[in-house]
Design a protein around this ligand. Structure first.
Ligand code: PHE
Length: 372
């Protein structure tokens, strides 16, 4: 602050001249009204009303004016400050109102938008069919048994009575798991069927045994419309006193009816599996033409007018297999069956291409709905 102006020299305080104060006021008002944001408004306030603004610096000079000029200059500067303060407060309110308005628009929630259209997944039809089949057997007192997908060759072949060099091993093109340090064999394979779970069940459970085992299987097949290197089977095994093929037939009717509804006939024809004796393949009456096409009715695409569709393998558990599991084959007998889930699904739902089951397109699964 300057010392009192003994010379009363108004020239030294031109900053307090009416025109100058008016100019500072106009500049401040222009800056305030032109501020387009809170930051700009703050800048304008500091520049025109802050401690170092020309107007405030000028007002510090009032004390240097002649006494009769002080009051007037004080009023003039005070009035300018008041006007700037008001303008600032007004602009502040405008900016706040703008911001509130923008928030209302930007953050608006359209409560009429559909809230239930989020894409949801679907259970896979292969899993649903496996569950459905397993449930039928659980309802008859069977238990679920599981085994590893990377399986010891012994379980997958040897214990199931596939001799070491028997061509039966080549019935199934096997993925062998390489050994450590590059050894060709580890003694493990990707299981080629769910039958090794039979062995695991017989070795680990008290008799009698009634189990079903759904699960993944692997074969070195090229992927095409009807083959996949990864697929699913479900296996059934019963070991008890006095079981006969009549019991096996009953179990077979149960799963065919679970898939296709009641009343379809089944047929067994001799087949060969090393682990069952006798062995049979299971066919069911065509669920579309009910066999009519084979009796001279109109041709049927589904069974190729055979009247029957092959659906599973089965047989009485080979006594050698029972013996390998330490079960007295004179006292106990057993039956087993196995079927491919994808193949059954394709037959049941008229699918032409197994690849649809592995593409992972949820639209495929959704088409099956939420049936259990
Ligand atoms: N494991 C056999 C296969 O994969 C099917 C089968 C299971 C046959 C049980 C007889 C008994 O072809």
């Amino acid at each position: 602050m300057s010392a009192p102006n003994k010379a009363y020299d108004p020239v030294r305080v031109t900053a307090l001249a009416p025109a100058e104060v008016q100019r500072m006021l106009d500049a401040g008002l222009a800056a305030i009204s032109g501020a387009g944001s809170f930051d700009e408004l703050k800048e304008a306030r500091l520049a025109h009303l802050g401690g170092r603004s020309p107007l405030v610096l000028a007002s510090a000079e009032i004390g240097a004016l002649p006494p009769e000029a002080k009051a007037e200059a004080g009023r003039r500067v005070g009035e300018a400050k008041r006007l700037l303060g008001e303008a600032h407060a007004g602009r502040q309110r405008e900016l706040e109102a703008d911001r509130d308005q923008r928030v209302l628009v930007d953050e608006v929630a359209d409560v009429t938008l559909p809230w239930d259209r989020r894409a949801s997944g679907a259970r896979h039809p292969v899993a649903m069919l496996a569950d459905r089949l397993a449930d039928v057997f659980i309802g008859m007192g069977y238990e679920i048994a599981e085994g590893p997908e990377i399986e010891a060759e012994w379980y997958n072949f040897d214990a199931l009575n596939f001799p070491p060099d028997h061509p039966a091993r080549e019935m199934q093109d096997t993925f062998f798991v390489a050994g450590r340090d590059g050894a060709a064999h580890s003694g493990k394979v990707l299981r080629t069927h769910t039958s090794p779970v039979q062995i695991r069940a017989m070795l680990s459970r008290p008799l009698p045994v009634y189990v079903v085992s759904p699960g993944k299987c692997f074969r070195a097949d090229a992927l095409d419309a009807t083959h996949s290197p990864v697929f699913h089977q479900i296996e059934g095994l019963a070991v008890d006193e006095g079981l006969t093929m009549a019991d096996l037939r009953g179990a077979i009717s149960a799963f065919v009816e679970a898939m296709f509804g009641p009343g379809l006939r089944t047929r067994l024809r001799p087949d060969f599996f090393p682990f069952t004796e006798p062995s049979a393949d299971v066919s069911m009456e065509c669920h579309v033409c009910r066999g009519a096409s084979a009796r001279g009715g109109s041709p049927c695409r589904v069974c190729k007018s055979q009247g029957w569709i092959e659906i599973a393998g089965c047989g009485m558990v080979n006594p050698r297999v029972l013996a390998a599991c330490g079960i007295d084959a004179d006292r106990y007998s057993g039956f087993a069956f196995g079927l491919g889930i994808e193949r059954s699904l394709m037959i049941r739902n008229g699918l032409a291409d197994i690849r649809d089951t592995i593409d992972g397109d949820v639209r495929f699964s959704r088409a099956f709905g939420a049936e259990a």
